[in-house]
Design a binder for this molecule. Structure first.
Ligand code: ATP
Ligand code: MN
Length: 461
């Protein structure tokens, strides 16, 4: 008797093998002589079809207790299936209902909206879509590690609690142990010296600055961890808590950075298309027709590379009426990014050399003193998926830029030190994990590609 996952059982040749399967009942069809049910254990998308020949085995009591959603252990022989849907089915000898499901189990046969399923985040992983998303996330996570590990990058654990605001964008969640109803004050202001860390602290918005520290010692590193942004925008692409992958490479300029970002995305795409094939076919069929062909095309394409100035020229030549302005100096909005990838280049585009005013202080200033060596990777349907840059490695320029951006130079003493002791040209980027999963699954809303979404007014589970 083999105790296997359903994924393994379905790969066996159906020659009267004795197996035991454990899982949750998806559907049940009960007639006078025979009972069919579909069992899923999360190991794969496909269900195991189980047949109970009532004239041969007496399992009437168990069949009666076994509703949709119940957990069961079933034992029997694998046989070729007469149906077209599957190649083999299990002919039950024995059935144990481990946990009954009450009749109000919400996941009955009919298809539910993603909005409804968000309200039952504790049950939605038992649907085809959310099971597939969990498995694709897993495959993508492993592919991300394998890409870096095969290239000698060191996996770095950057802190979650931080005393620095990397982006200077003020989108941070503060953390404190001070009593909120009556915090200690000096001169009318909250006295953070009495707080746990003796100063103001927040949840990290990026592990980049810490990654730069380790890249300045170990060469190539990457982080892969949770990131927090108090984005007040209620979009389908922003979460308050999301996962980010941030490689940082020493002795690497913006061209090297673009090369790595491009081969990185292609590597994960190929891995997912190969290792999560069944789930990807489900997304292609049910969520976004043409998905696989589109991703396959990207995986074997060469990404277009243009400057921000060229991007603006493309937008100004467009016949489209954009909602947001397209003058030189304005930030690219999602509608612009989609136009560039979908209408102009029909594939991913890397945009470089943005105006310094719309990018972070740490990006390397170009000789024109107007633009910085930023590089954003834009993809069809999503827009920006990666944001990165070559970092400013010159001490004096960096110091000047920190001040120009209205930040306090003394807060960045350690960051400036990296430019005083053995500074090197270095670069890095950040890939939003959920943006990536959204892109590869074709899911419309970013809330549906993370197990437990946190967004404005939403932190239920
Ligand atoms: P956007 O303009 O889309 O808000 P950003 O410029 O703030 O992005 P970066 O700071 O460059 O983004 O972060 C790197 C990557 O992290 C982005 O390219 C995106 O994939 C992802 N990302 C950023 N903010 C969020 C968020 N709130 N939720 C999910 N992913 C995000
Ligand atoms: Mn943002």
């Amino acid at each position: 008797m083999k105790n296997l996952r359903i994924k393994e059982i379905l790969q066996l040749t159906p020659q009267c093998q004795e197996v035991e399967a454990r899982g949750w009942v998806r559907t049940k069809r009960d007639t006078k002589n025979v009972c069919f049910f579909e069992l899923n254990d999360g190991s794969c998308l496909e269900n195991l079809q189980v047949v109970i020949d009532k004239n041969r085995v007496n399992l009437e009591k168990e069949i009666h207790r076994m509703n949709t959603g119940a957990s069961v252990i079933v034992r029997g022989k694998l046989a070729p299936s007469p149906g077209k849907e599957q190649s083999s089915e299990l002919s039950a000898e024995n059935l144990t209902v481990v946990g009954e499901a009450e009749p109000d189990y919400p996941l009955q046969k009919k298809r539910h909206t993603f909005e409804f399923l968000r309200e039952i985040a504790h049950l939605r992983p038992r649907t085809n879509t959310f099971g597939a998303i969990a498995r694709v996330r897993n495959t993508a996570g492993m592919a991300i590690h394998s890409f870096f590990q095969e290239r000698g990058f060191i996996y770095l654990h950057s802190p979650i609690i931080t005393a620095s605001d990397c982006e200077g964008a003020g989108e941070m969640f503060q953390i404190t142990t001070l009593p909120l109803e009556n915090p200690p004050t000096v001169d009318g202001k909250i006295d953070f010296t009495q707080d746990f860390f003796g100063k103001r602290t927040s949840l990290t918005v990026s592990g980049q600055l810490e990654a730069e520290i380790y890249a300045s010692a170990l060469g190539n590193v990457y982080t892969f961890g949770p990131t927090f942004r108090a984005e007040n925008s209620n979009t389908s692409r922003h979460l308050a808590e999301f996962w980010m992958i941030e490689p940082e490479m020493a002795f690497c300029d913006i061209n090297c950075n673009m090369d790595i970002a491009e081969s990185f995305l292609k590597h994960i795409l190929k891995e997912i298309l190969e290792k999560a094939r069944e789930d990807m076919e489900f997304f292609d069929k049910r969520i976004k027709p043409g998905l696989i062909d589109g991703l396959q095309a990207v995986a074997s394409s060469t990404f277009a590379r243009i400057t921000y100035t060229e991007a603006i020229e493309h937008l100004n030549r467009a016949e489209e009426n954009f909602e947001f302005p397209t003058e030189w100096g304005c930030d690219l909005q999602s509608e612009h990014e989609k136009y560039l990838t979908e209408k102009v280049f029909n594939g991913p585009v890397i945009v470089t050399d943005y105006p310094k005013e719309i990018k972070a202080f740490y990006m390397k200033l170009n000789d024109d003193e107007k633009t910085v060596r930023a590089m954003d990777v834009l993809v069809p349907r999503i827009g920006e998926i990666i944001g990165g840059s070559e970092r400013e490695s010159d001490f004096n320029t960096l110091k000047r830029r920190i001040a120009e951006c209205g930040l306090r130079v003394e807060d960045y003493w350690w960051y400036l030190d990296l430019r005083r002791y053995g500074s090197v040209p270095h670069s890095g980027f950040g890939l939003g994990f959920e943006r990536f999963i959204q892109w590869v699954t074709g899911m419309q809303n970013i809330r549906d590609v993370i197990p437990f979404p946190r967004t404005v007014k939403l932190a239920e589970f």
